[in-house]
Design a protein around this ligand. Structure first.
Ligand code: PRT
Ligand code: ZN
Length: 283
């Protein structure tokens, strides 16, 4: 039996549970408390604050965990990063009051920077040979400059809206983060085999996200052009239609470019275009 630690509530909770569910793992969420066992896979789920997940995995209380890479790096515990999970994307950035005339990192020499991530900040500033003092603040870091607690902040940025509404400007993007699967470095072979199966399932779910299955009828003479528009895993699947001079073409397309592709395909004579959702993709 493998134990996975995930966030109890907060930004990563829902996506972590969806990933497990899309990977075919049934967890009874109604009975969800501190610990719950999957009914169809040898795994139990331990719910924790994200801050505690790296240590819990490093100490072996949980074998694996889902947490932001920012927490992994900041806490500095001995865990292996096994897989990037594609959600919870954000960055750790330096930001200043928007009217400050930022000229480069030297501007921060001797200044005070407020953050909840002192280790990542210190490592970065040391690597750039900038001396600064760090004020460690647990929450609402973005109000520190206006409150006179610091000259600048180093905090998580996603859309950037929080910075703007606090009159701050992002001046350096320092560390890019997303949710990752971490593992205890000393798992036995039995647990490693379960982790391998889990990683395989997660990968097929992650690969299929943001992608669509597209099929259409296309004049045979336009196939060369169509293949250029639709590069696929190997190449698109092409099957002749009963009507001479026409083929059916199937492929997988990224959702964010699908309308551009459809426009280009229509321009070369594609008809009867169907776009279907994709559940899993095994490469
Ligand atoms: O209770 P617990 O300790 O478990 O949760 P928490 O409150 O410490 O963390 P939580 O749930 O806020 O975030 C968990 C993880 O989500 C973080 O460690 C990051 O890896 C990731 N993540 C992704 C984010 C954001 N995006 C994010 N935008 N974490 C925090 N934010 C904050 C940011 O600090 C800013 O103040 O959200 C605010 C809005 O951001 P903008 O730029 O979109 O305005
Ligand atoms: Zn936290």
């Amino acid at each position: 039996m493998l134990r996975i630690a995930i966030q109890t509530k907060g930004r990563l909770n829902e996506d972590s549970l969806s990933l497990l569910s899309d990977a075919g793992i049934k967890i009874d969420e109604n009975k969800r408390k501190f610990l719950s066992i999957a009914s169809n896979f040898p795994i139990e789920v331990l719910y924790l604050r994200d801050d505690d997940i790296p240590q819990t995995v490093a100490g072996g209380v949980a074998d694996i965990g889902i947490v932001g890479l920012n927490e992994v790096r900041e806490r500095g515990f001995d865990v292996n990063v096994l897989q990037k999970l594609g959600f919870g994307k954000c960055r750790l950035s330096l930001a200043l009051p928007k009217d400050d005339n930022y000229t480069g990192l030297d501007f921060l020499e001797g200044k005070c920077i407020a953050t909840s991530y002192p280790k990542i900040l210190r490592d970065y500033m040391d690597s750039k040979h900038i001396n600064c003092s760090i004020a460690q603040i647990a929450g609402s870091v973005e109000i520190a400059p206006a409150a006179g607690l610091a000259d600048a902040i180093f905090d998580i940025v996603s859309s950037g809206g929080t910075l703007v509404s606090n009159g701050l400007a992002e001046v350096e993007k320092v560390f890019f983060s997303e949710a990752v699967l971490i593992g205890n470095p000393d798992m036995d072979e039995e647990k490693k085999a379960i982790v391998d199966e889990l990683i395989f399932r997660f990968e097929s779910v992650i690969d299929s996200r943001g992608k669509k299955y597209i099929l259409m009828n296309i004049p045979t003479e336009a196939i060369g052009e169509a293949v250029k528009i639709l590069p696929a895993m190997r190449s698109p699947t092409i099957m002749p239609l009963a009507q001479e001079g026409w083929c059916s073409l199937h492929s997988v397309v990224r959702e964010d470019v699908i309308w551009d592709k459809i426009k280009a395909l229509k321009a070369i004579g594609a008809e009867g275009i169907l776009v279907l959702s994709l559940e899993k993709m095994i490469m």
